[in-house]
Write a protein that binds this ligand. Sequence first.
Ligand SMILES: C[S@@+](CC[C@H](N)C(=O)[O-])C[C@H]1O[C@@H](n2cnc3c(N)ncnc32)[C@H](O)[C@@H]1O
Length: 359
Amino acid sequence: MPEFIFATCQIGAEPALKAEIQRSRPDFRFAFSRPGFLTFKLPEGHGLAADFDLKSTFARAYGFSLGPVAGRAFDAMAAEVWRLYGPGPAGAVHVWQRDLDAAGRHGYEPAITSSAIEARAAILKACPDKKLAASQSGPFDEAKQGDFVLDCILVEPNKWWVGHHRAKSPCSRFAGGMFLIEPKEPPISRAWYKVYEALAWSRLPIPPGSRIADLGSAPGGTSQALLEMGHWALGIDPAEMSSRVLQHPRFTHLRLRTTQVRRREFRNIHWLLSDMSVAPDYTLDAAESIVTRADVRIHGMLLTLKLLEWRFSERIGDYVGRVRSWGFDRVWTRQLAHNRQEICLAALKGRANSPFNAD
Ligand SMILES: C[S@@+](CC[C@H](N)C(=O)[O-])C[C@H]1O[C@@H](n2cnc3c(N)ncnc32)[C@H](O)[C@@H]1O
């Protein structure tokens, strides 16, 4: 039975991750950390299943930890990875590097680095199961639900950490929990990546051709993504929108602050997205004033909550409770790979609609 778990997160989020684990699992003992990488010792007889849910907002990826391998030559380290992993089944091999900088600092974006790709190639070459090695395609590919995944995290140039998890949730199928997608057209803004990741993670059951309000829509990456998906977007922002979305027949711009919009504008809207550069309480006030109106029927929401200060992370439970009090049965949160010092809150009304019934 594994004695430790590992988790990787954004640099700067480590105290928030530690604090949430201390709250939800006081029997897990913090053991080791480097920026963006933490391990915890598990209590004896923990009985956690390979696809356990850490119920964490800040852990981008996590699993059982088997320990480090150290060395100078990738080939020798790769052979050691398999020795630590042992004879257990493996359907996929995830290799990634802990974050190298805080998300957004000097434009830094978490990614699968070239060192991780090189290490993964060495690990596959050293794989004793040639069939498994041959079945692996790219370093960005999705594991199948239920696959046992070998995890290898490059913690230092000459020190990797080996672990494993069982793929279950959408993000657990990608190396490092990073949902990375290549755009066909140049995105208008980073929000384009964020909304694709938020939808993949949350699995909000938004039917094709839905009418969606986009609060804080300028310059337009979110609406661009929604329009690509075939939805109708109502963009609300006092700032200027890109002409690429303004010209689109399924896009409407209200060049106003959310507080200035007449609430009847939301009568045909069923989904609410918000990505405003304001404090979480402001975003929640704006959402509340829309979703609690008797003549407005919002089925689900994706709200970016800006953690203007990291101490706001201690209030996530309050934010979730507040959204639940508006009648949303399911509310869940994650710091997405494309989030900076912010988190994404997903909310859904009606248990029958919930993608989680299948879990
Ligand atoms: C991070 S940007 C949004 C990026 C956008 N989602 C996109 O797809 O490109 C934040 C936006 O929030 C807008 N904003 C701030 N306060 C607002 C308010 N009260 N009502 C509407 N928009 C607001 C700002 O004008 C700014 O354009």
